[in-house]
Design a protein around this ligand. Sequence first.
Ligand code: AMP
Ligand code: ZN
Length: 146
Amino acid sequence: MSESSKYLGDCIFCRILTGKEEGTFIYRNDKVSAFLDIHPLFEGHTLVIPNEHFVDISDVSEESLIEVMRVAKVISSLMLKNLNAEGINIMHSTGRPAGQTIHHFHVHILPRKSGDDSEFQKWWFTRSHKASRLELNDLASKLLKK
Ligand code: AMP
Ligand code: ZN
């Protein structure tokens, strides 16, 4: 693949990959790269991205996705060993309603420590609605519709 079809000139992550913008890389191979997030939610917040420009989860190739997740595990282990992380969140957003702001597929790796953010904990653990079995079964049928 030629460089011009692999990278987008106006994509900040493509620009970081091609050295047109600064990035602090902690991992690079021929398929994926990982660098530190410029607005860290937690110390060590890392982004893992395919080297090829894909927009989101529906666009990314299976091959790249598998490699992104393999590297997510490598980075997570480094965080647990070298940053004294006690836990890890792996997050991804596809689309504006989900919070995606950079439209080059990426996965966030968040190193966590107990008590590091009560708002985050509250958001994740406060679930008021318990679905009925009927509701869940209906949804499963809807999801699996051909
Ligand atoms: P999302 O909102 O899921 O699309 O995440 C985009 C992430 O990219 C945010 O966490 C930003 O802080 C991060 N980001 C934006 N620009 C840069 C940059 N130049 N270097 C590193 N991270 C960046
Ligand atoms: Zn890109």
